[in-house]
Design a protein around this ligand. Sequence first.
Ligand SMILES: CC(=O)SCCNC(=O)CCNC(=O)[C@H](O)C(C)(C)COP(=O)(O)OP(=O)(O)OC[C@H]1O[C@@H](n2cnc3c(N)ncnc32)[C@H](O)[C@@H]1OP(=O)(O)O
Length: 408
Amino acid sequence: MTSYVVRPITEAERRPARALLSLTLHGTAASDEVWELVGRSWRADRKFGAFDGDAIVGITSSMGTHMLVPGGGRIPTAMVDGVGVRADHTRRGLFTRLMRVQLEDCAARGDVAAALHASETVIYGRAGYGAATRRVSVRVRAGRGTVRPDLPASGRMRLLDAEEAVSLVPGLYRSIAPHRPGMIDRPDHWWPADHDRLVGRDGHLVAVHSSASGTDDGYVVYKTEDARTDAEPERGATVRVRDLHAASPVVAAELWRYLLGMDLVAEVIAPALPLDDEVELMLADPRRCAVTGRQDDLWLRLVDVPAALAARAYGAGPPVLVDVVDPLLAANSGRYRISREGAERVPDSAGTAGLRLGVDVLAMLYLGDRAPSTLAELGRIEVGDPAAPAAADALFGTTRPPWCGTFF
Ligand SMILES: CC(=O)SCCNC(=O)CCNC(=O)[C@H](O)C(C)(C)COP(=O)(O)OP(=O)(O)OC[C@H]1O[C@@H](n2cnc3c(N)ncnc32)[C@H](O)[C@@H]1OP(=O)(O)O
């Protein structure tokens, strides 16, 4: 029986740990050229490995940042950016051990939440994560005049070279986002692997919109794939949007006008837009836009439930007593009073709980994505007071659905 050691990785183990992650995700280890950028994002800090002797066979990794919550507050958040166990060591409890060590480390650092994009939906619920934001994928048939001609055209678009794309976009992202719950600050070391590498080595392009007064107010990172063949020379290219942020819907429309109006382009695919995205409202013929998918996006784990509940704002609704159950981080389990004025922990003897729910389910309603009443009807929340689900809907509901808008 193998006895594994779970511990922080050392500086020298960074590259093998990254190669392991790639292996578990069926990718290939970074070449020296790619590692030059990826390595800058892959710090030893906040990484835990599971070791079989000297060999690293499991990894979990995160970066520290802040996430916007309803009401405009920001909570310290761990962006969990890499989890994997080597195929010949799975189903022996290594993931379970790695999650526990990572969450304890997050709690010790003062992270109020941890967040990730899951490769599969069945994995993270057992560690207390819940799907907290969703995204839609759209495909728009391209062509000039696709964007409504009456939409006011303003400012201009310009294409950046790779060097400008590396130096300009981080500041532009900071000036435009985050503006809705679920969005995060992008740490400095997020950029080398997830932006610089794409624009420098992977053929992604960046187009920036500036207003009539010359202020940059939107950008899109995209890649084109030429689909023309000898048999189908008229077939246009596909444009894949990687990252699009705009200071207003009018600026977003200008970015779409640019993408859809490029020569030799047949379609534009954007795989990670907010649930309430307005692309079809920008089009002369809304049916040129097909929603091709809708799925979970950010999975959230409330590490410090009292701090998380206190950090967000609540809508107008009668107060509700909520019992939270957290088998992994037991300090979170207990009774909370949520009201328009805020949230506070109360003794278990204080009244009767209106709702009782797991910490994973709390994550699903924390940013406003899911209505407590729906989760109660589907048996995910126990109801102690029949008036509580509607009251919780009013308290937790937000005007716009949450969205992350950053892949990590
Ligand atoms: C943020 C990100 O990085 S997302 C990327 C996540 N990584 C991957 O998808 C890479 C491929 N998969 C893997 O590396 C591994 O299978 C992991 C990390 C998902 C799971 O690692 P393991 O060490 O096998 O998990 P562990 O043995 O702790 O399993 C715990 C429980 O989860 C279950 N489980 C684990 N993975 C899966 C899965 N993919 N599907 C269904 N159940 C699973 C196990 O059966 C076990 O259940 P039990 O407690 O009822 O017995």
